[in-house]
Design a protein around this ligand. Structure first.
Ligand code: 1CP
Length: 348
């Protein structure tokens, strides 16, 4: 035991911290009035991500309010296609939009040559956060999984069925592999640079992993993500990585056993007892409160939090949501959640 070490880092070394550390996916964002105030000052969302002064401020807002055990860099998974040269913009209320990549010939327009230059403000944000965070608060850097990012690049935004991207992968897997390879390479470099700028933990968000049958999930999610983990660890063997292959179902076991990461983020649907028995011996688990319970609050929230802690809290565990916080979340429900987690003791 190393009592002075940050609880999140201890948990990712396989230690059981009582109570477990807590942070929330999308903990900075529209549900906070102070975020909306800063957001109104930026010309657009990408400007917010690329203005260190503002990005630092919105990263720190939920830390000040709730004292979470980790701060997550304020940025977005789509800064990578932007830095590769694809046109990316965010429309108010409509989510992200990209000029879609539809023919393999168009891939030649994307290049890693300006990657670090475009992403330099993100590294600057991390350097400032590293200086400014309270000493017990861990700093998480992140990127999207190659499949999830590729889906936005190809579909041109959010998709319901991922028909264009999946059909491409089925019809021309060699072409599709070139897109994924470019993302493996750029994402690995991006994450390594994040560590060098001060990130202490990395999370890979593969939010749309769950749309694939098993072979596709292995080929387009597990393998690329495992390759990123491998490359990051060549450069920085000690940096812990958390994977979030949302919707992977029973294949969560493959992510626990084969990807080389220390942490695994469970989505809302993963059964807790199954996760304890099949996954928790291999990795530190993170999750998986339904974000809508945080909107609802009341007894339903209290009971669900207790059930998660009582089932997973006796092993290496990080409390989190099963997906990102929603803008409708009342900030006082988050306050309640944090006090429930901090008051929890096993068997009490
Ligand atoms: O209008 C606004 O203010 C923009 C809303 C917003 C915010 C606050 C977007 C656009 N991105 C973000 C920040 C963000 N995105 C963070 C850092 C904040 C934090 O965690 O505290 C992170 C980690 C992300 C990651 C992200 N972006 C993911 C993976 C996680 C997930 O929720 O599944 C995905 C899929 C995106 C794409 C994206 N960017 C923005 C939106 C609204 C979306 C989702 C669109 C969709 O549902 O397809």
């Amino acid at each position: 035991m190393s009592p002075n070490e940050k609880t999140l880092l201890r948990a990712l070394k396989g230690e059981t911290a009582i109570p477990p550390p807590i942070w929330l996916m999308r903990q900075a964002g529209r549900y906070l009035p102070e975020y909306r105030a800063i957001r109104a000052k930026a010309r657009n969302f990408l400007d917010l991500c690329f203005t260190p002064e503002l990005a630092v401020e919105v990263t720190l807002q939920p830390i000040r309010r709730y004292g979470f055990d980790a701060a997550i860099l304020f940025s977005d998974i789509l800064v990578v296609p932007h830095a590769l040269g694809q046109r990316v913009w965010f429309e108010e209320g409509a989510g992200p939009r990209l000029e879609p990549l539809r023919r393999i010939q168009e891939l030649a327009r994307l290049t890693m040559s300006g990657l670090h230059e475009t992403l330099a403000p993100v590294y600057e944000t991390l350097r400032r956060l590293h200086m400014e965070l309270p000493e017990q608060t861990a700093l998480i850097g992140f990127a999207g999984g190659p499949w999830t990012v590729a889906s936005y690049m190809i579909e041109g935004g959010t998709s319901k069925d991922f028909a264009v991207a999946k059909t491409w992968a089925y019809r021309a897997p060699d072409e599709f592999a070139r897109i994924i390879d470019l993302l493996v390479e750029s994402t690995s470099e991006y994450l390594i640079a994040q560590v060098e700028a001060g990130a202490e933990v990395l999370q890979l968000f593969d939010s749309w992993a769950g749309v694939w049958p098993e072979p596709g999930l292995r080929r387009w999610c597990l393998e690329p993500v495992a390759e990123i983990v491998r490359r990051v660890k060549v450069a920085h063997p000690d940096v812990p990585v958390i994977l979030f292959p949302r919707g992977a179902g029973p294949l969560y076991e493959a992510f626990a056993g084969e990807a080389g990461a220390e942490g695994l983020g469970l989505d809302t649907t993963v059964p807790l007892v199954w996760a304890r028995e099949r996954l928790q011996g291999a990795v530190t688990l993170q999750g998986n409160l339904d974000p809508l319970l945080l909107v609802a609050g009341g007894a339903a929230l209290d009971q669900a939090v207790a059930r998660i802690l009582d089932t997973l809290g006796a092993g290496p565990f990080i409390f989190n949501l099963g997906h990102g916080i929603t803008p409708e979340t009342p900030p006082e429900h988050v306050e309640r959640l944090v006090s429930l987690v901090r008051a929890w003791r096993p068997g009490a």
